[in-house]
Write a protein that binds this ligand. Structure first.
Ligand code: DAH
Length: 343
């Protein structure tokens, strides 16, 4: 019996030293220490050992068990143990971290811009884009703004080329009305239309002094509808529908006679809005509108005897300020997250 025990111990330790990976280690554990292993079998043989030898053999059995077990643990840790307590564990059932990462969001101007495009899309308007770096043909000439017009003064515009030095000086566009011209020219050149029904949101630039209501860069959304028999009544209906869709059923609008070189008749479009939640609503000018001047249709290649249309251009900041109760335009550009997070 002693012989057999020595043999178990020796071969156990030798085989353990040869176990090269965790699978081999598991197999070894089963063969020596498991319920059907060699040590258990030897223990079962204890009942046949003569009574006087039992204590010595029992002790030896225990000794071997301890030796094999500790050799096993040592071997396991040299092989590197993925399941030991010291190794990092990945518990997929753990709840996530409560403290979430701050998520960014689109700027309020971009959101309002999209909301406006969506409201007009529901009324059948497509979206058109035009360049921010324009020539004065599109910013002025074709919009019926003649060379001597005060709106063309260099002091009121961001020219890139000196007016007078090149035939069509380039500039940062001062209005999105430029896109009206581009859409009509394209439609004629490519034969898409009229009818034309588009809105065009985008940035515009004017060297204004910054204050609560002015900025040297701001956003406009331009609208243009050209078809047979379009009237001022269509314009007013469209603006009223827009106001109700975006500001709610009680929205009030008004058109005031005005002048723009590219529309005849022209009007100023006002809405009754509370700019601060604690103040009563008052009339706020959102932009201009009117019936497209026949001279503008003509310069774009459209016969004013056949086609008529309306146009409008609104300030997106004004609309955002009215819709979300923002009292000062500078808040929209300072990028103070404490403000932006509230919107
Ligand atoms: N472009 C004008 C501005 O920036 C606004 C405007 C007025 C646009 C009348 C229009 C319009 O389309 O018909 O002040």
């Amino acid at each position: 019996m002693q012989e057999q025990l020595n043999q178990i111990e020796q071969s156990g330790l030798a085989e353990l030293a040869g176990a090269a990976d965790h699978a081999a280690l598991d197999a070894w554990k089963g063969a020596y220490l498991g319920p059907k292993g060699r040590l258990k079998a030897a223990m079962a043989g204890l009942k046949d050992v003569p009574k006087e030898d039992k204590p010595a053999v029992g002790q030896r059995l225990n000794q071997i068990k301890v030796a094999l077990e500790s050799a096993f643990e040592a071997r396991k840790s040299t092989l590197g143990d993925a399941t030991s307590d010291t190794a990092p564990r990945l518990d997929l059932t753990e709840p996530g971290l409560l403290e979430s990462h701050a998520l960014g969001r689109r700027h309020i101007i971009m959101r309002v811009r999209e909301e406006l495009v969506e409201v007009f899309a529901r009324m059948g308007f497509d979206v058109a884009q035009g360049p921010e770096l324009e020539d004065d043909e599109h910013n002025f000439v074709k919009l019926n703004i003649p060379p001597a017009h005060p709106a063309r003064e260099p002091i009121d515009n961001f020219y890139v080329d000196q007016p007078g030095q090149v035939s069509t000086p380039r500039m940062l566009r001062s209005q999105t009305s430029t896109v009206q011209i581009r859409v009509m020219e394209d439609a004629v050149a490519k034969g898409w239309g009229p009818p034309l029904k588009v809105v065009s949101p985008g940035r515009v630039y004017r060297p204004d002094t910054v204050d609560a209501t002015h900025s040297f860069m701001f956003h406009q959304i331009e609208g243009l509808y050209i078809d047979r028999g379009v009237t001022m009544a269509d314009l007013k209906t469209t603006l009223f529908q827009f106001a109700r869709a975006y500001f709610g059923r009680d929205a009030e609008i008004r058109l005031r006679p005005s002048f723009f070189p590219f529309t005849e008749p022209s009007a100023e479009f006002d809405m009754k809005i509370a700019l601060r939640p604690d103040q009563p609503a008052k009339w706020v000018e959102l932009g201009g509108c009117g019936m497209v001047d026949p001279a503008v249709l003509e310069v774009c290649g459209l016969d004013p005897e056949v086609w008529t249309g309306f146009a409008f251009g609104f300030g997106i900041e004004r609309i955002a300020m009215g819709r979300y109760g923002i009292p000062d335009i500078r808040m929209l550009f300072e990028n103070d997250v404490r403000f932006l997070e509230q919107l």
